[in-house]
Design a protein around this ligand. Sequence first.
Ligand code: ADP
Ligand code: ASP
Ligand code: MG
Length: 407
Amino acid sequence: MALIVQKYGGTSVGSIERINAVADRVMASRKAGNDIVVVVSAMSGETDRLLGLASEISQAPAARELDVLLSTGEQVTIALLCIALNEMGCPAISYTGSQVRILTDDAHNKARILDIQDHNIRANLAEGKVVVVAGFQGVDEKGNITTLGRGGSDTTAVALAAAMKAHECHIYTDVDGVYTADPRIVSRARRLDSVTYEEMLEMASLGSKVLQIRSVEFAQKFHVQLRVLSSFEDGPGTLITEEDESMEQALISGIAQNKDEAKLTVVGVPDKPGIAHSILGPIADANIEVDMIVQNVGVDNTTDFTFTVHRNDYDKALGILNKTAKTLGAREVTGDKGIVKISVVGIGMRSHAGIASKMFNALAQEGINIMMISTSEIKISVVVDEKYLELGVRTLHSEFGLEQESA
Ligand code: ADP
Ligand code: ASP
Ligand code: MG
């Protein structure tokens, strides 16, 4: 008997009809002779709805209470799915994160899983039951409910698969696999048969939110065979796995985009050692993550220092920078929320030169101005004006020959 962890996202459990369809799919795998642990998200839109309720009362709700609130979304779907399975004659039992005991640290709203106790789940599987676990949530050492950050049900599924040494972890969603670009932006994007953990990690980090970043980290660390599949139609999906000699070595695997960043510049800072530290130190102390950084070559003994942060942190970062600029004697602080980051990702880049110039040339041909650039061994990212998001992604997608053969 194989143990399979299946995860169904919000759209897949978005209505009673769809919950019944999920129950059918679970039953079919069960009948094929597998032990099944199911992880579900809240019904689509529910987590946002709950966040909306809290924000009607407070602009800064306590993180602990937000977790108590948000975790209810998944509690509804585990119960409904078990009711559906039972109704079909399939014995099933539901658990919240704390009932399983998915132990996390106490970082409310972005907790990390530390340990999973699986003895109850194993006992239930041995009794022939399907076990349904609430995604996105856990419990800290003191018994407080925690949540794992948006999209966290993916991580619950992969962590369970790792802890229980499952044969495979199947992520069922509203697309039939990982594509060369977000299919909502590029209609001619192509499904990938397989992608390496490393590439998927880059794509997820650069904005392809088909999988939560943490879930890919877990899968890579614990060698979980991860497959992204459609919950609406049968198909092979995309396997996320180790790099393998026999894998077709595409130069570029995909294009990712991220609309969540904003750019800040300290203009005219006196150019001397320690500038980066003086500017970024207070930003780090305020727990703001910095992504891309550019420091210009100084003229007139001054320099411009630009970096990007998450859009949600923009106002806070601007406030801090205005103070720092005064202390440093900088000319001014400017900022821009209307930017996007577009990236090309591929392990084939390691052994090929010229990808960057091809990318920059394609963008230039479309009149798209590049504001910032950053590279790693397997990716190149550029920051451009947000009005070029779709044009930029589509241009690069076709420039690197990623389109489906027939539209
Ligand atoms: P779920 O609710 O099932 O967790 P998500 O909305 O989190 O689903 O993830 C699926 C969505 O990810 C797709 O609808 C798609 O628009 C988006 N997406 C972004 N980039 C990609 C990509 N490269 N391949 C596939 N889907 C992508
Ligand atoms: N319900 C949570 C969210 O909307 C977790 C998830 O869907 O994975 O982010
Ligand atoms: Mg998701």
